[in-house]
Write a new protein. Structure first.
Length: 99
């Protein structure tokens, strides 16, 4: 995605999700103050139909499977966090939790 100029914004979002998937504990997803307006909404709609729905569904299924056992519940919660980010990543930031 980073090869073409049009794909660079989508590549940045995949790096954002990869960073959250690598170290998910102690992080949270927030809406950024400068979300980008109409362009951000358009890119989220395009992302949703091109692949976001499938990424989100896969994280949702993994989260449900992991929540079957008590040991897997923390990991399942992280998959639910990734599922929410995968639906609409534009205009969101990943930050460290406070306190």
């Amino acid at each position: 995605m980073m090869i073409t100029i049009i794909g660079i914004p989508f590549g940045i979002q995949t790096f954002k999700m990869a960073g959250l998937a690598l170290l998910p504990f102690g992080k949270e997803v927030r809406t950024s103050p400068q979300s980008g307006g109409c362009l951000s909404v358009f890119m989220n709609i395009l992302w949703f139909f091109v692949g976001g729905i499938w990424i989100s569904l896969s994280h949702l299924v993994f989260g449900i499977v992991l929540c079957i056992t008590i040991i897997g519940i923390p990991f399942g919660r992280q998959h639910f966090k990734l599922a929410a980010l995968a639906l609409a990543p534009f205009g969101k930031t990943v930050v460290d939790k406070k306190g």
